[in-house]
Design a protein around this ligand. Structure first.
Ligand SMILES: [Zn+2]
Length: 222
């Protein structure tokens, strides 16, 4: 029996990955991180989507980032749309080593649960400039984590080369488009009250702008 763990934030990308995984693996579970993010509504939405798709969801709580990171994703006083204070080439939402920590914890959780595959929604196409969303990084980390634990857990990243419009396309193919519009959360400002045709969000933060633009491109073809 094949098994997969989806690193699940409750956003558009990871919900698409969950649909993708459910159509390919016998047993699918989800792991959500509670790391003190401002947009905490995503944790609630992740739980809700997992319940609707009848998959197990585990919320792993850790507060190291809130003590370490100088990121607008965590610190409400920083402007989400500006450059990062220490790394001017990166956006303020960058959290140093976030994916390294997330995937390391997911890998440990997969070992504990006897799961052979980890699915992540990382994407290097129309991403926000995060260097830990690149293919080279995830491949290096996969190798390091398997070497360091004598395991052979395979990482999958079905969205790595897709645009947001193509991600909408894939979510339709995998049967989760409606769920993404109605339940997923991507907005950095934690706005889950304003419903747009592309889903909930403020419509102004970088995550909402990317999602709205992807929806428009996707819609042109339909
Ligand atoms: Zn927003």
């Amino acid at each position: 029996m094949s098994s997969a763990l989806v690193v699940f934030s409750g956003g558009q990308d990871s919900t698409t990955c969950l649909g993708w995984a459910k159509n390919r693996f016998d047993r699918v579970e989800t792991l959500t991180f509670d790391y003190g993010q401002k947009h905490r509504v995503e944790i609630y939405q992740a739980k809700k989507i997992a319940t609707l798709l009848d998959v197990e969801n585990f919320v792993l709580k850790f507060d190291a980032f809130s003590q370490l990171a100088d990121s607008a994703l965590i610190d409400g006083s920083l402007d989400i749309s500006s450059a990062h204070s220490h790394k001017p080439n990166l956006p303020a939402s960058f959290v140093p080593n976030r994916n390294a920590v997330f995937f390391t914890l997911a890998h440990a959780y997969a070992q504990k649960k006897g799961i052979d595959n980890i699915i992540t929604g990382i994407n290097q196409t129309d991403y926000s400039g995060y260097p830990d969303c690149r293919l080279e990084f995830i491949e290096a980390l996969e190798l390091a984590l398997n070497l360091g634990s004598e395991s052979n857990i395979k990482f999958h990243y079905p969205l790595i080369h897709l645009s947001k419009a193509q991600t909408f396309e894939m979510s339709e193919q995998e049967g989760v488009l409606e769920l993404i519009i109605d339940e997923s959360h991507t907005c950095y400002n934690g706005n889950h009250n304003t419903k747009n045709e592309w889903g909930y969000g403020c419509g102004e933060c970088p995550a909402c702008i990317l999602r709205a633009k992807g929806w428009q491109e996707y819609n042109k073809k339909h």
